[in-house]
Ligand binder design. Structure first.
Ligand code: FMN
Length: 157
């Protein structure tokens, strides 16, 4: 079984989680890069607005050929109880190529079921698993226990 961890991260938390998952699954990562500048307070406000309005954005061309991978683990931060525009663009562009997908969302406070429903609508495919990682999980390192569960999900297959 082969895996690819794909992530979008603005301030580095999701990147950290994605890298840990890639170590665990012994696989490569691919970073989604949003070409819109989202730095600073204005960037934050526009980011939240764009996510809320379900906007897409231009992203840098990805380097991996997704046809090659059996399982994608997509990691992203929650924005305005929604998915970041870069994730929406990525899924719109590549959903036909994705065989199996799972979601790992990082967030400030708590799991957001409506966000997972929204992302399921975009890709129209049942994820193998969804994991929510809060700021507290990162601080207390509980996220390491949460991501260890990933191996069990795949071992069930
Ligand atoms: C524009 C914006 C909107 C956000 N909205 C939410 C939210 O609705 N709920 C939440 O729990 N966290 C929210 N957050 C916090 C991020 O989801 C959280 O800090 C995440 O772990 C950041 O990941 P990153 O460092 O990979 O960018 C928001 C952050 C940003 C920048």
């Amino acid at each position: 079984m082969n895996f690819l961890v794909i992530y979008y991260s603005l301030s580095g938390k999701t990147k950290l989680v994605a890298e840990k998952i890639s170590e665990l699954l012994n696989c490569e990562t691919e970073q989604i890069i949003d070409l819109k500048n989202r730095k600073g307070f204005l960037g934050f406000l526009v980011a939240g607005y764009d996510a809320l309005k379900k906007k897409t954005t231009d992203i840098k061309q990805i380097t991996k050929n997704l046809d090659f991978y059996e399982n994608i683990v997509l990691c992203f931060p929650v924005w305005a109880s929604n998915v970041p525009p870069a994730i929406r663009t990525f899924l719109n562009n590549f959903k036909e190529k994705i065989k199996n997908i799972s979601f790992v969302a990082t967030m400030g406070f708590h799991a957001n079921e409506s966000m997972f429903k929204e992302i399921n609508k975009i890709i129209n495919k049942r994820p193998k698993f969804t994991i929510s990682i809060t700021k507290k999980d990162l601080k207390t390192k509980k996220y390491l226990d949460k991501i260890k569960e990933i191996k069990k999900f795949y071992e069930k297959d």
